[in-house]
Design a protein around this ligand. Sequence first.
Ligand code: BES
Ligand code: ZN
Ligand code: ZN
Length: 464
Amino acid sequence: MKIDLVTDIKSDVQVEFIQKSELKEHKRYKLLNRAGFSAEQDSICFLHEKAILACGIESDESDNFRSACSAAIKALKSSNHKSVSFNVNKLNIQAIIEGIILGGYEFNEYKSKHKKSSLKHIYLTCSKIEKLQRLFEESIIIAEATCFTRDIVNTTPEDLNPPSFADLAKKLAHENKLQCTILDEKGLQKEKMDSMLNVGRASRHESQLIHLTYKPKNPKKVISLVGKGLTYDSGGLSLKPAASMVTMKMDKAGGCAVLGMIKAASELKLDVEIHAFVGAVENMIGGVAYKPDDVLTTRSGKTVEVRNTDAEGRLVLCDVLDYAQDKVDADYIFDFATLTGACMVALGQYTTGIMGHSHKLKHGFYEAANNSGELVGSLPFNKHLKTLLKSGIADISNIASKPYGGAITAGLFLDNFIKEENKDKWLHFDIAGSAYTETPWDCNVYGGTGAGVRFMSNFLQNIE
Ligand code: BES
Ligand code: ZN
Ligand code: ZN
């Protein structure tokens, strides 16, 4: 499918966005009414003979265009039309492009028969294309980086394991001219990243630390992005129940997101230096597995009592965060992780949880999310929850002594590994709910959603 920005075109079908208040005045009102179309948000109605696809929208807020276009593109892809046009303006072009690309996304890698769609050309029309050209190109870069993230998340744990994750990062580095450093287990041992190494002990795949760098000439800011890259989370010896284990290939979504973010930043040619770190590990069971009761020495020197091997993400991230802080003197450090089921309990499945000390920085992300149609919510730290991580034998326990506020206690665990001078530069994003879906919503279809890529791209575009 090809998307072009044009002034005028004759296409097989034209999309018309219609609000309830406009319906009666519509030229084809009688026909639309007969078809039962009442301009409900996300409802669509084909008038094939008139070459119109009517799409209901609640108001002209950009979020409504995004979800309406997701519904439209699905219907268009299963029709026999070859070309379609959407009228766009400065305010809705990004949402329309996201609806088309993200709502029309399909992952068919594991289907033996490929569905063929007749739809070949998508035209976005507006009178002055020069004014929208840049926004058009940027929106496509961001949407495609989101699809890139989705593709990796959706790849099975057999195909996407820590070494193949590292190979994929090398390929991205080569294509986008990024610097790339990979540490295998030998390298991790040299760096004393024992906490991360222990999580991967029972896997037949060697754990890997991926570090990609995008370095423009005179960067305004330096940013470290850290991603949890659990290519599979069986829970380890604290084994997950069968039903909860399904979908755990998505436990690498944080790592996939930071690769999508650096891809977008480099293609947008942003003048921000980006470092993407991924801790790629598989959490498995077996005779050599790490166990509840083990005490691990992290890279920072702090010791951790393992009371649950399913709280493994924080054991990987604490070492990667420590490494990232030593290697790069960043202005901001953001980590992305499918860290806790508790985040979904707190905020629902659609919302990314934000934790950290700087209210200003958190506000920056409320705005970025709002601009890009992602949902975020803040989960506040407090000193009482912090005490729940005390351990009788080590410096800290890997799980809290009480189950309530589990997303926050996980965030507070990570906080123990953020150096004093970096406290206000760091935010933790829990994408456990938002990174993956088995039921479509908004522009998200079955599987990985690419959560984080759009709002981080927006944040980076607007950085001062
Ligand atoms: N990867 C999971 C968190 C998760 C759960 C992500 C559901 C996406 C969907 C994480 O490693 C985990 O298992 N966390 C435990 C922590 C608990 C043992 C303190 C959890 O959330 O139950
Ligand atoms: Zn786990
Ligand atoms: Zn996990």
